[in-house]
Design a protein around this ligand. Structure first.
Ligand SMILES: Nc1ncnc2c1ncn2[C@@H]1O[C@H](COP(=O)(O)OP(=O)(O)OP(=O)(O)O)[C@@H](O)[C@H]1O
Length: 249
């Protein structure tokens, strides 16, 4: 049984297009895995199959050895899988702190308990998880701001903080570096390293080659729905064929 998240032979088509065409991928604990490739090669579709936003036509997705292929995204979240979105998704009317608190509540099944009219247990634990996530992403100074007043880079960090407050075992990040300034990128890199040191399994879909080179342990390269290369970041990124597939000169 392999820990972390694993895809085996995943296929997902749209009409006549096989967006993902029989893909294997491993996202092990304590490592940063990156998925790269030019636009339109199937990265987001594979990401959605892993996160549970869409179902594969064939193949399996395993979380810590358990087959989760048929589970919807919210059931996967309860098992310790969290994700962020390419188009940042936060609650604009809530404050930064309230947004992160939503993530912390998910970790305790708080939404289900609230629906049943039961008192929320472990309120202190949720508060502690919220505070930690806010601190990690340097969001304390803006914790009372409405989310819709944040600049794009800070919004992205907020989305990450909310995912982290749920204390996931596996975290899927869709373009986490997009829109960040240099200081925010450095903060992101430090946080992701710290999380993997604690044993979290991380997958990044990322266009920023420098960020991938700086962070990733293992890089997978997709082209036309298939994996065309995978291996240690330094080797894969130095490969000319990979640079060509990625659209580099
Ligand atoms: N909902 C959909 N309906 C029809 N076709 C789709 C759908 N989603 C993706 N596709 C097609 O599947 C292929 C793979 O798209 P996908 O978005 O997964 O690629 P990508 O590598 O993530 O691209 P990008 O880097 O631009 O996000 C493309 O040809 C795309 O047009």
């Amino acid at each position: 049984m392999s820990a972390g998240l694993t895809a085996r032979g995943v296929v997902r088509g749209f009409g006549g297009i096989r967006a993902v065409d029989g893909v294997d991928l491993a996202v092990p604990p304590g490592r940063i895995t990156a998925l790269v490739g030019p636009n339109g090669v199937g990265k987001s579709t594979l990401f959605d199959c892993l996160a549970g936003a869409t179902r594969p036509d064939a193949g399996r997705v395993l979380l810590a050895g358990r087959d989760i292929t048929a589970l919807p995204d919210h059931a996967r979240a309860r098992l310790g899988l969290a994700r962020t979105f390419q188009q940042v998704a936060v609650f604009p009317g809530l404050t930064v702190e309230q947004n992160v608190r939503v993530g912390a509540e998910q970790r305790r099944g708080g939404t289900a308990r609230a629906l049943l009219g039961l008192p929320a247990p472990g309120r202190a634990a949720a508060r502690a998880a919220t505070d930690r996530a806010l601190r990690l992403l340097d969001l304390d100074p803006v914790r009372d701001w409405p989310a819709d007043r944040l600049p794009p880079g800070t919004l992205r960090l907020l989305e990450l903080a909310r995912a982290l407050a749920a204390a996931p075992r596996v975290l899927l990040l869709d373009e986490p570096g997009a829109g960040l300034d240099l200081a925010q990128t450095a903060r992101l890199a430090a946080v992701l390293r710290a999380l993997t040191a604690e044993g979290m399994a991380l997958l990044l879909v990322e266009h920023d080659v420098e960020l991938v080179a700086r962070l990733a342990d293992t890089v997978y390269v997709m082209a036309a729905g298939r994996m065309v290369a995978r291996g240690p970041a330094r080797e894969v990124l130095a490969d000319r064929r990979v640079a060509a597939a990625w659209g580099e000169p």
